[in-house]
Design a protein around this ligand. Structure first.
Ligand code: NAI
Ligand code: MG
Length: 491
């Protein structure tokens, strides 16, 4: 690893560290800062302005002005779309730099960051196209009246995003919000503030009017909580931990804010003996180890039919041991560091629980290297449904293998969780595939594939994995209010 670190490309430049309010880069009222860490080394790479309630209030006032008195509330829907297309083009033009900055700050491999950037551009373009297609209806009411509906923005939306896909989560939040004509106060995760700031610069360059996009970096308990409490924020869109969503729900109750949540998971990935086993091994590996398992849809409960279980685990372990873990900026790297010391500690804690609860450690199970937050790809076999490593979201490169015998058994066990974000099945039997898709309680079901997420299809969770949907037309519902207008015709 030290070799790879020596040969890493020139460090991306951090150009901006302030808060973005009303298209101006400003210092925080209380002068707070947060340290941004390179997770490959643990070293500080930037000191970034950290906002508090006073800054949130300034941003909300700017966002409110932009909506009620600025040009944003008046411009044609098509022009909103044009501004979004402009931003997408700028992001595409700077994709290489943005991907490098993303990898440096959040630790994902440069290949993964490059893929994320494609997703960002696709999302902005997809929703730019929606801007002038969000239509109301005329409704055949009783009596001599004309009734029609208008789709109007919810208002000022607060968006609180995590560190695992900093730019992609920004795009999933910005896209539908801007298409519907809302104004935004965004709070990136405290671990990954850098790429959002660069997007702020590009948004100004694209011509977004002052106050439409405001970016307040800061901590969840201060800046985030202030957004949730602010009476003039109409909606909170949040991605992160279930427990944080519970806090937000309680605190949003006072102002009856709209909330949408995209939360965690413990997604079942079910492999039947009749599957294309080569594809299933590749798929199961990708399902858990993509971005070091720091993915809400990670296939962390791997159910394998008993007939093929021993061979399957052996093949997974061979791949896990060969995985190149190291500097995310080195194109040969397959897995970068976990994002933070906190995440590293959490993962190692669960590895300890897996061992003490009696699961079989087949591979990994330890920190990799002596600096940075790297974890070796880890496999636990013969895991029981009630062990902590089978129940809790670990959010790291740790898979729990659970052998099974029958379709009915595995479907029931797959659903035996408080989560319901994603699920997958590997089989050549079309009946099994469709029956599973119908019976499994999850917002996304993959058949013979995994982690295929596109901006055009709804994404979100059943049960405690979320509320509402992002992506696709579905997200527009959560960023618009429907108004009924009724006119008396004649006398
Ligand atoms: P978190 O839920 O604390 O943080 C996510 C975002 O919420 C950050 O921007 C944070 O500043 C903000 N936040 C935190 N407390 C807040 C509050 N009281 N009010 C308003 N905003 C608040 O998640 P964290 O601590 O970064 O990660 C812990 C675990 O959460 C992970 O190990 C993983 O299991 C899960 N997680 C799930 C994600 C997903 O994609 N569903 C993403 C990130 C984390
Ligand atoms: Mg937290």
């Amino acid at each position: 690893m030290s070799q790879a670190l020596l040969s890493r490309p020139a460090r991306p430049i951090v150009r901006q560290t302030k808060l973005l309010i009303d298209n101006r880069w400003v210092d925080p009222v209380e002068g707070g800062t947060l340290e941004t860490i390179d997770p490959s080394t643990g070293e500080v790479i930037a000191i970034v302005a950290a906002g508090t309630a006073a800054d949130v209030d300034k941003a909300v006032k700017a966002a409110r002005r932009a909506l009620d008195h600025g040009p944003w509330g008046q411009i044609d829907a098509a022009e909103r779309g044009n501004l979004m297309f402009g931003l997408a083009n700028l992001v595409e033009g700077h994709a290489k730099d943005l991907a490098a900055l993303e990898s440096l700050n959040c630790g994902k491999t440069i290949a993964d960051s490059t893929g994320d950037l494609e997703g960002v551009v696709n999302t902005l373009r997809y929703y730019a196209g929606w801007a002038d297609k969000i239509e109301g209806k005329t409704v055949p009411v009783r009596g001599n009246f004309l009734s029609y509906t208008l789709r109007q923005p919810v208002g000022v939306v607060g968006q609180i995003i995590p560190w695992n896909f900093p730019l992609l989560m920004l795009a999933w939040k910005f896209g539908p919000a801007l298409a519907c004509g809302n104004t935004i106060v965004l709070k990136p995760a405290e671990q990954t503030p850098l790429t959002a700031l660069r997007i702020g610069e590009l948004a100004i360059e694209a011509g977004f009017p002052p106050g439409v996009i405001n970016i307040i970096n800061g901590y969840g308990e201060t800046a985030g909580a202030a957004m949730v409490a602010h009476p003039d924020i109409d909606k909170i869109a949040f991605t992160g931990h279930v427990d944080t969503a519970k806090i937000i729900t309680r605190q949003a109750a006072d102002t009856l804010k709209r909330t949408t949540f995209e939360l965690g998971g413990k997604s079942p990935n079910v492999v039947f003996a009749d599957a294309d086993i080569d594809a299933a091994v590749e798929g199961a590996f990708h399902a858990i180890y993509f971005h070091g398992g720091q993915c809400c849809t990670a296939g962390s409960r791997l159910f394998v039919e008993k007939k093929i279980h021993a061979e399957f685990v052996e093949r997974l372990a061979t791949k896990a041991k060969a995985r190149k873990v190291g500097d995310p900026l080195d194109p040969a790297t397959q897995q970068g560091p976990q994002v933070s010391q906190e995440q590293l500690d959490k993962i190692l804690h669960y590895v300890g629980l897996g061992k003490s609860e009696g699961a079989t450690l087949v591979s990994g199970g330890e920190r990799s290297g002596d600096k940075g937050f790297f974890v070796a790809p880890t496999i636990f076999d013969n895991v029981k449904d009630d062990m902590a490593i089978a129940r809790d979201e670990i959010f790291g490169p740790v898979v729990s293998v659970l052998p099974f015998s029958t379709f009915e058994e595995v479907t029931e066990r797959a659903n035996n969780t408080s989560y319901g974000l994603a699920a997958a099945i590997w089989t050549k039997d079309i009946d099994k595939a469709h029956l599973f898709a119908r019976q499994v309680k999850a917002g996304t079901v993959w058949v013979n594939c995994y982690h295929v997420v596109d901006t055009t299809t709804p994404f979100g969770g059943f049960k405690m994995s979320g509320q509402g949907r992002e992506n696709g037309e579905a997200a527009l519902e959560h960023y618009s209010e429907t108004k009924t207008v009724t006119i008396k015709l004649g006398s």
